[in-house]
Design a protein around this ligand. Structure first.
Ligand code: AVJ
Length: 319
C-alpha cells in the first residue's frame, strides 16, 4: 500500500465549508451525509453496525458468504481468473474479506473512501491478513467520476451496506453509470441494497435504544464547530429520524429545539423552533425497482439474492 499515493488524490480547497454554507443558506436547510465520516464519525458508524437494531449490517454480512460462493462458481465456470475488487465507500473493510475468501483468484483490491485516516488504517489491517493481495487505497468521494489506471484485469465493483441509499434515484443512476465507466466493459458489480419493509423495523434501525445514531447524526455539528469554527450548541438540536413512506426513504434530521442563531465563518444562520437540517436520506428499494434502475444505468442483473424475510438484497450486476 502506498500512503503517498492516497495523499496525492486527497481533494483540495475547502469544499466542506462551501457545502456547509450552501446547505444552511438553502430552504429547507440540509447538509450532505458524506460529511458524517471524519474519523470520529466513521467510528460511530462502526458502532451503529454492531447494534442489533441496525439490521442492514449484520443481515448483509450473513448473506455474503453464500453470495460469494455462488459468484465464485459462476466466475470459475466462465474461466474468469484475473480479478480485481474495487470497493466504493470502503469504510472499515469488514465485508470484503468474505469475498476475498470466496473469490480465490483476486490479487488486487482498490479501496475508495472519503475518510483518509480510516481508510489507511483499514487497509493496513487487511494487508496483514491477505499477504498476497496488492491493495490500492484511494481517497475519493465516490459520487464523483473516477478514472482508474488501465488494466487487463476483470474489475468487480463492490458497493455493500446499501450506501447507494444515500443517493436519490437520479443520483443513484448517475453513480451506477459512472461506476460502469470506471470499471470498464464486461465488469461486474456486487451491490447491497436495503429493501422496503414494515415501518417499525426501519424506524428502530435509525432510532436505536443506545442513542448511537443520534451521536452519529450530531457529530456533523461537532465537526462544523471544530473544523470550520462554528458555534452550534449541541443540546439545542435533537436527532430526528423517520420513514417517509411516500418517497420510500428514511430521513434523518437535526431539529432545532428553540429559536436560535448559529455563526459559521462570519455568517449568521437563523433557526426557528422546530426547524430542521436534513442530514441524510436512506432510500429503500423493492428488488424489481432496483433492477430497473440498474438497467437504466447500463447494468444487467445476473442474480439477486434476498436475506431471510426479505430484509436485505444483494445483486450481481454485469456491465
Ligand atoms: C451507510 C448510508 C448505508 O443509510 O443506513 C446508518 C448510514 N445512517 N444509520 C444508512 C446510517 C444512520 C447508512 N449508510
Amino acid at each position: 500500500m502506498n500512503e503517498a499515493q492516497a495523499l496525492a488524490i486527497k481533494p483540495t480547497g475547502n469544499e466542506f465549508l462551501d457545502d456547509v454554507l450552501e446547505g444552511l443558506r438553502a430552504a429547507p436547510k440540509s447538509l450532505p451525509p458524506k460529511y458524517f465520516y471524519d474519523s470520529v464519525g466513521s467510528q460511530y458508524f462502526d458502532e451503529i453496525c454492531n447494534l442489533t437494531d441496525y439490521y442492514p449490517y449484520h443481515t448483509e454480512l450473513e448473506l455474503l458468504p453464500q453470495v460469494g460462493h455462488e459468484i465464485a462458481q459462476r466466475f470459475h465456470a466462465r474461466g474468469l481468473q484475473n480479478l480485481e475488487i474495487v470497493e466504493f465507500g470502503a469504510g472499515s473493510l469488514r465485508k470484503v474479506g468474505i469475498l476475498l475468501r470466496a473469490l480465490r483468484t483476486v490479487r488486487h483490491f482498490t479501496a475508495i473512501d472519503i475518510s483518509q485516516e480510516h481508510l489507511i488504517e483499514a487497509c493496513r489491517t487487511l494487508e496483514s491478513q491477505y499477504r498476497e493481495l496488492t491493495i490500492h487505497p484511494c481517497v475519493h468521494d465516490f459520487t464523483k467520476p473516477l478514472k482508474l489506471s488501465p488494466s487487463d484485469r476483470t474489475r468487480v465493483g463492490f458497493f455493500p451496506g446499501s450506501t447507494i441509499g444515500n443517493l436519490d434515484r437520479d443520483q443513484a443512476r448517475t453513480f451506477l453509470r459512472n461506476a460502469g465507466k470506471t470499471l470498464g466493459s464486461a465488469s461486474y458489480m456486487i451491490i447491497g441494497v436495503d429493501t422496503q419493509k414494515p415501518e417499525p423495523i426501519l424506524h428502530r434501525a435509525y432510532n436505536d435504544g443506545k442513542g448511537v445514531t443520534a451521536r452519529f447524526n450530531k457529530n456533523m455539528l461537532v465537526r462544523i464547530n471544530r473544523e470550520l469554527g462554528g458555534d452550534f450548541t449541541l443540546e439545542n438540536f435533537a436527532h430526528h429520524a423517520f420513514y417517509n413512506s411516500e418517497l420510500g426513504r428514511i430521513e434523518m434530521h437535526l431539529r432545532s429545539l428553540k429559536e436560535q442563531a448559529v455563526n459559521i465563518d462570519g455568517e449568521r444562520f437563523h433557526f426557528g423552533r422546530g426547524e430542521s437540517i436534513h442530514t441524510e436520506n436512506s432510500y429503500k428499494y423493492r428488488p424489481v425497482d432496483f433492477t430497473q434502475l440498474a438497467k437504466e444505468a447500463g447494468w444487467s442483473t445476473e442474480r439477486l439474492w434476498l436475506a431471510p424475510e426479505d430484509l436485505f438484497s444483494i445483486s450481481l450486476l454485469k456491465y
